[in-house]
Design a protein around this ligand. Structure first.
Ligand code: HEM
Length: 132
């Protein structure tokens, strides 16, 4: 399976008049028939990622720390630092990629190191926008 399993942004769906409807992602393209891509979204560039919050296709996460912690603990009962609750299930939970994502086994310090690395993808002219 291939999706990241990003959580539903209920507020956004409601604002768009889509409350209660699932977002099929790539499968919403009428030219696509492969059920495996339900809930799949394009892998975006990580250039300037430290200054382009909010994150994911639906802006669900405000902080880069949250994204990294989600990758690391999605499937291990981790806590969403933005809500203080365990991660909710993504819209197409059974289609999530469990081979490469969701249980990375990173320590807190390793997560911090990864975030520092992501910050190095920032163009010099935007460095002043990085949250310290
Ligand atoms: C630990 C390694 C990884 C890090 C730090 C990372 C980081 C990120 C970040 C920060 C975003 C948000 C981009 C944005 O909103 O502008 C993102 C999106 C995404 N990443 Fe990763 N990524 C990692 C590994 C992977 C892997 C292994 C895959 C696929 C197998 C993947 C697939 C995706 C996809 C599909 C999205 C878009 C999801 C959406 O828009 O909902 N990532 N990644």
């Amino acid at each position: 399976m291939i999706t990241l399993g990003v959580l539903i942004n209920t507020a956004l769906r409601t604002a768009n008049g889509q409350a209660g409807n699932l977002d099929p992602g790539l499968f919403g393209n009428t030219a696509v028939n492969d059920e495996d891509v339900k809930g799949a979204f394009k892998v975006s560039s990580l250039r300037n990622i430290a200054v382009t919050s909010p994150y994911m296709h639906n802006g669900k996460f405000k902080d880069l720390d949250t994204v990294v912690h989600f990758y690391n603990t999605r499937d291990t009962g981790g806590i969403n630092p933005e809500t203080g609750a365990t991660w909710e299930l993504g819209e197409f939970h059974s289609g999530r990629n469990t081979d490469q994502l969701g249980d990375l086994g990173l320590s807190f310090d390793e997560e911090k190191d990864l975030i520092s690395f992501l910050k190095t993808f920032t163009d010099k002219r935007y460095e002043g926008l990085i949250d310290k």
